[in-house]
Design a protein around this ligand. Structure first.
Ligand SMILES: [Cu+2]
Length: 172
């Protein structure tokens, strides 16, 4: 009996601290559902597709001024059934499943590089309007910011069109 006591104690302490952490986290997310300390999300833009039914390209800047690395795990766009993180390298594009942003680092999702692809768009999304971008981190925290809706052809329309039609062929 005596032999098992330390093990039992260790197990119950571990269980207690796990519960404690969970409770603290729930409280924090209730207090400020859209805030993740030290992170700034800005420059949100969603470029609508030239051809109806094609995906839109989403761009933003994310600054980590916190003291810990964060891992971006998912993106979502209000008005799109589905959104993914992609990275264009040269001629090809691949899905990004997660992305670590170190303390002090700024990550830019921009044309020709990392980007968000938003699929099955609500027809109500129109140039000049706004929608919302939400980033979800590996720890479950989220941050949201407005996405300015832009018409296709603002700036680098050719590249945008190429990216997306290529992707559609690959995924179908
Ligand atoms: Cu893409």
């Amino acid at each position: 009996m005596k032999r098992f006591a330390p093990l039992f104690l260790a197990v119950s302490l571990a269980a207690l601290s796990a519960c404690g952490q969970q409770a603290a986290k729930d409280e924090a997310s209730q207090a400020a559902p859209e805030a993740k300390p030290g992170l700034t999300l800005s420059e949100g833009t969603l470029v609508l597709p030239a051809v109806k039914g094609n995906p839109a390209g989403g761009y933003f800047a994310l600054i980590n001024n916190g003291d810990k690395a964060v891992t971006l795990a998912a993106v979502s766009v209000t008005g799109a059934a589905r959104a993914e993180m992609h990275e264009t390298t040269g001629e090809s594009m691949a899905a990004l499943t997660s992305l670590e942003i170190k303390p002090g680092e700024t990550v830019k999702f921009e044309r020709g590089g990392k980007h968000v692809m938003a699929f099955d768009l609500d027809p109500a999304l129109a140039p000049g309007g706004t929608t919302e971008l939400t980033l979800t981190f590996a720890d479950g925290d989220k941050i949201s910011a407005p996405l300015k809706l832009e018409a296709p052809g603002g700036g680098m329309a050719n590249m945008e069109g190429m990216d997306h039609s290529e992707h559609m062929e690959q995924s179908n």
